[in-house]
Design a protein around this ligand. Structure first.
Ligand SMILES: [Zn+2]
Length: 455
């Protein structure tokens, strides 16, 4: 959990350091999905191990952006656009990109935040949960889940490394792939695809050019890289079949979630009975509010793998979002159990429990939501739900603290300050929640102060 808490500390530091109040120029969204996050983490882990960095200290954040890009920008975080996942045909290709990005981190190329803040001014990130319908999750009131994480990530649009930096990074990337026993074929294939603009249709030229803009891809560079890679004993290593299968599923899931349903149904016609096809169609139908068809697809998935936590999560989600929270409890409870209470899934279970409107379910909701935000504070939806639970049982100070937590993430600083102060006044003096209320108040006040000074 060390990496996670470092990451959170980093995000909190960001929250504290960002006070850009200008209107968003191009909002980017951070896409949160338990399965995809786990996959990226597992793809990265052997590479981190082969690097000089401490395992678990590097995080991958998925950005909802159709352009093909990946980059680092301060901290030990690699940002990956959904467009890159869609454009890649194998886990090995994505690992090639991750190895390269890791090289930028170890070389210290990630720009320092202060130097770039001007250029990134006004760009923020929307946090999306892959799944939980924004309105049902209370996100309407939660300010549409706008999270101030994002100037860093928005940098991908202008950040660019020079030739020397790229050459040094290529050496590092090769070292990490070799050290991890992973073939560099995917890296070369992906770079060549980008350079030749051979990505399948559906991308604009700007989408395709994004990666080569941040990481100049000259023909020479790829040739040198290929020479280094195919000298490595891992060049002919067989790709990890398990990772590849998970990659194909996550990719289908993302495209089902992100694409127009009609496009998904074209790409995955009914005659395709594969797991990825069922997965993609389940999302397409769910997006189209064709509940029975969506449930039939999730049942097909569960018939193949009854204990797959991500399939159970999806079934719970479809039921919850189509107004059947009580039915959603069974698959969600099982998914929580199987993932040892994954914070995003636990958050969804908490949401379903509250949506039953049965007070008998509220204590369980409080438990799972508390556990969820303790492990992953960065989830405004869970904070929102937790506030509802506290309010229902008349614990107004904690309800206001939960609101403050959610509002500070949504950059609603005046409201956050007000709620944090009210919470502080009502909570037992010196208790952990009381201290937390003070911290949130401080954070909100500092942000308001910064905005005022700017004017
Ligand atoms: Zn690069």
């Amino acid at each position: 959990m060390r990496g996670r808490s470092l990451f959170l500390a980093y995000l909190l530091a960001l929250l504290a350091s960002l006070a850009v109040a200008a209107k968003p120029v191009a909002a980017q969204s951070m896409l949160r999905d338990a399965e995809t996050e786990q996959l990226l983490k597992d793809m990265l882990a052997p590479l981190v191990e082969a690097s000089e960095l401490e395992p678990g200290n590097v995080e991958v954040v998925l950005i909802n952006d159709p352009s093909i890009n990946a980059f680092v920008a301060g901290g030990q975080v690699i940002y990956v656009h959904t467009g890159l996942i869609e454009a890649a045909t194998s886990a090995n290709e994505v690992q090639g990109v991750l190895a390269h990005e890791l090289g930028h981190i170890t070389a210290g190329h990630a720009v320092r935040f202060d130097e770039r803040i001007k250029a990134a001014n006004g760009i923020s990130i929307l946090s999306l949960l892959l799944g939980v319908g924004a309105v049902l999750a209370g996100a309407g009131e939660a300010g549409m889940g706008v999270i101030a994480a994002g100037q860093q990530a928005a940098m991908g649009s202008f950040l660019s490394f020079n030739r020397d930096q790229e050459a040094a990074t290529d050496l590092a990337g090769v070292r990490y792939l070799s050290g991890a026993g992973i073939s560099g074929k995917g890296m070369i294939a992906f770079f060549e695809k980008l350079r030749g603009n051979e990505i399948r249709s559906g991308y604009s030229q700007a989408d395709e050019a994004a990666y080569s803009r941040t990481h100049p891809l000259t023909g020479d560079r790829i040739q040198v890289l290929r020479g280094l890679l195919d000298d490595s004993p891992s060049w002919d290593a067989v790709p990890d079949a398990g990772l590849q299968e998970r990659f194909v599923r996550a990719k289908a899931k993302l495209s089902g979630y992100l694409s127009e349903p009609r496009r998904t149904l074209n790409a995955f016609p009914l005659r395709d009975k594969s797991i990825p096809a069922h997965y993609a169609r389940a999302y397409a139908y769910h997006k189209d509010a064709r509940v029975d068809l969506a449930l039939a697809e999730t049942d097909a998935l569960l018939a193949a793998e009854p204990d797959n936590p991500w399939f159970l999560e999806l079934k719970g989600q479809v039921l919850l979002e189509s107004g059947r929270p009580r039915d959603a409890l069974v698959p969600l409870r099982r998914a929580v159990e199987l993932t040892l209470a994954h914070p995003l899934i636990a958050g969804m279970l908490g949401h379903a429990l509250i949506a039953t409107e049965d007070p008998a379910n509220f204590p369980e909701a409080e438990n799972v939501l508390r556990a969820s935000v303790q492990r992953d504070r960065y989830n405004p939806f869970a904070w929102y739900q937790l506030g509802v639970v506290y309010e229902a049982r008349g614990d107004m100070p904690r309800a206001r603290l939960a609101s403050a937590e959610q509002q500070v993430m949504n950059r609603l600083y005046p409201q956050a300050l007000q709620n944090a102060q009210a919470a502080e006044a009502g909570l037992p003096y010196g208790s952990p929640d009381w201290i937390r209320a003070q911290d949130v108040a401080l954070e909100a006040r500092a942000e308001l102060e910064r905005v005022r000074k700017k004017r």
